[in-house]
Design a protein around this ligand. Structure first.
Ligand code: AMP
Ligand code: FES
Ligand code: ZN
Length: 308
């Protein structure tokens, strides 16, 4: 098979796009697709500073690499979640990537932040799935870091597979408020929030893994040991089977939703009315969701100490 762009021998076949590329042309194709997504959705300009949340995985490192190559102003942010060997390995990969290219990377570790609570401890004391607390912690610390650092935008590496699985879950349960919020660009609903964008929303997990491999990016291959939401994996598996027989289904599902259905769900977004009495970030009640969670963990922790 020949490369569609230069007619050399193709090494990457993309059934979803009914095409194939050689190594150089695939890298070009990937970067151009990301640039098109950024421009089509008006995510950010080359003048705006972008904070890129980098987990050490293939997607966020492929994203950062692409943004740097395209000449955007970026800085990386790694958040240490305190999940044993997995977090240590992820941090090493993120640091090694930044150091080798002389890129600025902020490192924050939950164990060292104000509340000193890492994910395993939070999950233990709330008796909930670690991923639930993890999402709240990540959102809070990403928002805070973007605000404190004076960034206009926060970018994450969510890819097409993530978006399609999330959409399937939201549609199966007709989660109207979540469908309203499912968009690659979230406009701030409070002056202390920054714009949140997902520039890889049209590129598949396979494409970002291939891109990372071809660019010599060393990323953490293991998944989080907390299995990362079993239902999300069931949806991904279903969508992969659909994609196998009908290539291009994931992309059509997500992009047709955004074009035809999202406008029907998107009303005026809920704006937090005030600021959290404890941390000062936007909040719907006296405390923000993060501080309510921290307060619950601290209460249960002191009860445990009192009973021991
Ligand atoms: P996940 O929620 O693990 O699927 O990750 C989605 C995106 O969130 C990644 O592509 C990153 O951009 C970001 N992210 C996840 N975990 C971290 C982390 N520990 N530090 C920085 N960014 C992260
Ligand atoms: Fe958050 Fe696994 S619990 S990444
Ligand atoms: Zn708060």
């Amino acid at each position: 098979m020949k490369c569609k762009r230069c007619a050399a021998k193709a090494t990457v076949q993309l059934r979803s796009h009914n095409t194939a590329f050689c190594k150089e042309c695939f890298v070009f194709f990937f970067q151009r697709n990301v640039e098109r997504s950024i421009e089509r959705e008006r995510m950010f300009t080359r003048e705006e500073p972008v904070l890129v949340a980098v987990s050490g995985g293939k997607d966020s490192l492929a994203l950062w690499d692409t943004l740097v190559t395209l000449g955007y102003r970026t800085e990386g942010l790694y958040l240490g979640l305190g999940i044993g060997a997995y977090s240590a390995a992820s941090q090493r990969k993120a640091e090694a990537y930044a150091a080798a290219r002389d890129l600025p990377l902020r490192i924050m570790r939950l164990e060292e932040e104000g509340d000193g609570l890492a994910i395993p401890e939070a999950a233990f004391f709330t008796r909930r799935q670690p991923c639930a607390a993890c999402g709240t912690f990540k959102r809070h610390h990403f928002d805070r870091a973007a605000l404190d650092g004076g960034f206009a935008v926060l970018a994450t590496g969510h890819n097409l597979d993530d978006e399609a699985a999330r959409l399937l879950g939201n549609v199966l349960h007709w989660q109207l408020p979540y469908l309203a919020k499912q968009h690659p660009v979230l406009t701030p609903t409070h002056p202390k929030f920054v714009r949140k964008v997902r520039p890889l929303y049209r590129t598949s997990e396979y494409e970002s893994a291939t891109y990372a491999f071809l660019r010599g990016i060393d990323y953490v291959v293991e998944e989080c040991p907390n299995s990362h939401g079993a239902t999300q994996l069931v949806y991904k598996d279903l969508l992969n089977r659909l994609e196998e027989t009908m290539p291009g289904s994931k992309l059509a599902f997500v992009s047709d939703f955004l074009r035809h259905a999202h406008p029907l769900f998107a009303g005026a977004p809920d704006s937090p009315a005030g600021e959290c009495a404890r941390c000062g970030m936007p909040a719907f009640a006296e405390l923000c969701g993060y501080c309510r969670l921290v307060a619950e963990i601290e209460r249960r922790r002191s009860q445990a100490v009192a009973h021991s």
